[in-house]
Design a protein around this ligand. Structure first.
Ligand SMILES: Nc1ncnc2c1ncn2[C@@H]1O[C@H](COP(=O)(O)OP(=O)(O)O)[C@@H](O)[C@H]1O
Ligand SMILES: N[C@@H](CCOP(=O)(O)O)C(=O)O
Length: 301
């Protein structure tokens, strides 16, 4: 049996639209086992228990890439990462399926190849890169359409609070509300703020994070899709946090350098939104991990 654990990812981190992403300590675990039947999927919502399942599609893509026959497989999908909440559930599926195909055939897909295949499936590299590598990653596609990645440190002074609504925002829909063009002035604003944000996160400077986290590319348009955006932002700012829409939403992520403030944001957001999941998250610095076991015995990690 192959067990793949993939972290949730918070893409964009405010000002890094389609290029910046952070792996966080919130996980899904997907297991792959030999099966007498062609395909069995458990643990996933009923609507995903078929050949169109994104985990299975990624597994098939990995096998095809390796030129191997797709084996009969039983897939079990368990975990925390909720669907369509801006925490990269689709990346979890894509990375898990590709990684499982690699492990199934003796680790035959390199990390670089994994990045290329996963980016092809996701359409943008900002979730899949940290899901594979962990940490805070800037990634983009070069002229040959190959992902290029640089990893940044994140200060351990910082605390992240995810406010996860009980409603979905589909990434597909949230990309449709964006304008087609950006003015030169807004491009300058965005480049300067994104560069400042990466360094501010690295040194844990909460004032600079607050200044830098002023997005003009997606957040003003997507805030409209999240009815509780303003209230959540007020709670975050009341207790010294800086809030951004995680990925394409609906989750909103607050950052603070003060642990007590992080606790206050958790308590107040949970009181205001009792049906939401509100919790502190740390940075995951490992990315996807795999484990192979046989009759309860771990063979290798
Ligand atoms: N457990 C799952 N099983 C199968 N597909 C899933 C699962 N979780 C997520 N997905 C796929 O990912 C899509 C959600 O992706 P997306 O809208 O980008 O939101 P997110 O922000 O969670 O990545 C779903 O519509 C589905 O295709
Ligand atoms: N850069 C993408 C990120 C989408 O992340 P998700 O977690 O919502 O899938 C975008 O903003 O569209």
């Amino acid at each position: 049996m192959i067990k793949i654990k993939v972290p949730a990812t918070s893409a964009n981190v405010g000002v890094g639209f389609d290029c910046l992403g952070l792996a966080v300590s919130y996980y899904s675990t997907i297991t792959f086992d030999e099966s007498a039947e062609h395909l069995i999927i458990t643990g996933s919502p009923k609507e995903f228990q078929n050949e169109d399942n994104l985990v299975y599609k990624a597994f098939v893509k990995g096998c095809n890439f390796l030129d191997k026959p797709v084996p009969n497989v039983k897939i079990d999908i368990e975990g925390d990462v909720p669907v369509a909440r801006g925490l990269g559930s689709s990346s979890v599926c894509v990375v898990a399926g590709l990684k499982a195909a690699s492990v199934w055939f003796d680790d035959a897909i390199s990390t670089d190849q994994l990045l290329v295949l996963a980016t092809q499936m996701e359409g943008h590299p900002d979730n899949v890169t940290p899901a594979i590598l962990g940490g805070l990653c800037v990634s983009f596609l070069d002229d040959q359409n190959q992902p290029q990645v640089i990893q940044y440190g994140v200060s351990d002074k910082l605390h992240f609070v995810a406010m996860i609504p009980d409603y979905e925002v589909s990434t597909h829909k949230a990309r449709k509300v964006l304008p087609k063009t950006l003015s030169y002035a807004d491009a300058i604003h965005q480049v300067s703020h994104c560069a400042a944000m990466t360094k501010a996160l690295e040194i844990g400077n909460s004032d600079m994070i607050h200044e830098a986290c002023d997005d003009r590319m997606h957040e003003p348009y997507r805030a409209e899709l999240i009815p509780d955006y303003s209230q959540a932002k007020n709670i975050s700012e009341q207790f010294g946090g800086t809030m951004y829409i995680s990925g394409s939403g609906s989750t909103m992520m607050a950052i603070t350098a003060d642990e007590k403030d992080a606790d206050r944001i958790v308590n107040n957001a949970q009181a205001a939104f009792p049906k939401w999941i509100v919790r502190k998250m740390a940075v995951d610095s490992t990315g996807v991990v795999s484990e192979v076991s046989e009759r309860g015995k771990v063979l290798h990690r």
